[in-house]
Design a protein around this ligand. Sequence first.
Ligand SMILES: Cc1cc2nc3c(=O)[nH]c(=O)nc-3n(C[C@H](O)[C@H](O)[C@H](O)COP(=O)(O)OP(=O)(O)OC[C@H]3O[C@@H](n4cnc5c(N)ncnc54)[C@H](O)[C@@H]3O)c2cc1C
Length: 365
Amino acid sequence: MTVDYCILGAGLAGLSLAKNLSDLSQKSILILDPNDVAAGASGTPMGLINPATGRFAHKTWRAEEAVDLAVKNLEVAQSFSDTSFFKKTGVIRPAMDQKIARRMQENFVNDGWPDNWCSWLHEADVKAQFPDLSCTEGAVYVHEAYTVCIPDYLMSLKDYLTHRNLQFKLGTDYTLSVPTSKEGTWTITCSDGSEIKASCVIVTAGIESTSLDVWNELPLHPVKGQVAELKCTSPFPYQSAVSALGYFASLDTNSMVAGSTYEHNFDHTETDEQGLAYILGRMKRVMPEYMDQIVLEKQWAGVRASTPDRMPIVGAHPKYRNLFVLTGLGSKGLLYSGLLGYDLARHIVSGAPLSEEVSVTRFLE
Ligand SMILES: Cc1cc2nc3c(=O)[nH]c(=O)nc-3n(C[C@H](O)[C@H](O)[C@H](O)COP(=O)(O)OP(=O)(O)OC[C@H]3O[C@@H](n4cnc5c(N)ncnc54)[C@H](O)[C@@H]3O)c2cc1C
């Protein structure tokens, strides 16, 4: 098989890039994954598009574009599914102590939020609108925030891309051989005996990106995250998602996801009891009155790819032609995969410059 673009990795990064490449060009695109769609960190059962992140609810880098492009991708995929997999829920970020309240308020005032994206709620307003939610002095309320069932989203995006004649090859191991000449093609030898020749290869394999020799110098750091999928015996009490000491979100009020852990040192990638205890302990501090109205259904664990400056990594390989990467999305893959898939596709097709903040050149020259 011969293709123009071969994307290695079928998570948020790979599928967003595939969509954007196919929007820009008629060239053939194959997405190859030794596992499955959403087999990595993108298998997180529920996540937030939340442009106010960190302890102090800072507006994130290029938040307006990131949310806009993330939502456009969701809408395209939603048209290929009968199940509603995302909702503009907004997110409430209650301050848990006075220092956090002060810093959040400063950021709210100074971050230059677009009109109607964000409000500061005083403690009395929080108590009135979100009974039983712990809060000190007030909360940031982000209107422009979304709750997403990520695996359903990606399965629908896959259907959309297949409809547009993109090809998927899933569940097949392979080896990647570098071209023998400067202008040569890349060869991918698959464990089923087939061979793929690709003019251009883009690695979007999350934390596994460095398992490919060509990208093994990228400074990726694994951060394990666990979540708990919970059944709600009485409806999830809030219309909005809650982000404080983790996140608590529901799309249908009968079930919710509580997460997550941030484990920098771990000796296995499965779920465990410590992870569950950590999550439920945090939930108890945020929503104490609701704890007797939940029943554990499942646990889930995945590994994020973090970077030294906590910004993603995007760009061309400094040595090999026609080799690119999009990884290091950390805990913001849902927020940033749309934007960076868009930027990288333009970079690959027409040489549009990439933002310095995320460029691979900050680590590899
Ligand atoms: C618990 C948890 C909660 C999160 N919550 C949020 C949230 O609320 N909001 C948010 O924005 N983000 C969130 N994230 C982060 C987000 O899930 C990740 O940033 C995102 O999924 C990364 O996408 P990716 O495509 O780069 O990598 P992955 O999703 O890890 O995908 C990599 C893919 O590559 C495949 N692969 C592995 N090896 C190879 C290989 N050699 N060749 C080719 N393919 C390979 C894997 O099978 C996988 O399908 C969360 C993450 C976790 C773990």
